[in-house]
Design a protein around this ligand. Sequence first.
Ligand SMILES: [Zn+2]
Length: 257
Amino acid sequence: MYLKQIEQLVVLQKVDDEIIVIEKELESLPKELAALEEKNAKLTERMEQTKERTDILLHQQRLLADEIDSNDSKIKKSKNKLMMAGNTREYQAMMREMDNMEKINRSREEEKIALMDEMNRQKERQTAAEAEAEELKGQLEECSANLKKRTATAKKRLTKLQKDRETACEVIPPRVLGRYEFIRARIQHPVIVPVDEAVCNGCHILIPPQIFNELQRGEQILSCPNCQRLIYWTNHFCAPADAPAAPAAEVEAEEQE
Ligand SMILES: [Zn+2]
């Protein structure tokens, strides 16, 4: 009776352990996709910024080209007018103006080159971003499909585990189940732990001799006085090394009958 109850509790705990793992997985699965989507949003934003910057550069290039053209034609006109200069002073004034204009145009040409360099940098950035976007698109599609598949599998497994849990709960006496649930709600997993050589496997502290003696008698379900977890003596099970495995296998076999 006592051993049977311990066995069932260990089975219940195995089910609960897996439920915890699967619930965590279900929680974390959408996070991978969300992270990729966030990356994608940032990339799109970056591409828009590059596009904006390129548009500004194009506009600046047009303005510069217009200015250079207009200066060129002014220089040409001034050259033609030079012949008509009435005196030296007028001639020199026109020459100075032409020199100035040519100087301005030379610096405008330098600006034009700088603009082109900047434009090329933006183009490179855009090309790199487009390649990244293409790769990210593939990753997103894969992750999304994977998410659906893995979520479905995990949910299916969870439904099965919850059924297993109900089955296990049916055979565990309500008083014992109540203690298990009480402890489960208050302390970290695991709830039921083996005691090997008088040491609690939950908190790794020595069980007082009197309680250890009682535990060895195997008459009632005891708690570790230190961590409050339910305890059982490993020697009560044939294979002390993996005590929880033996009862689990047995109950699984019963289920299949
Ligand atoms: Zn303990």
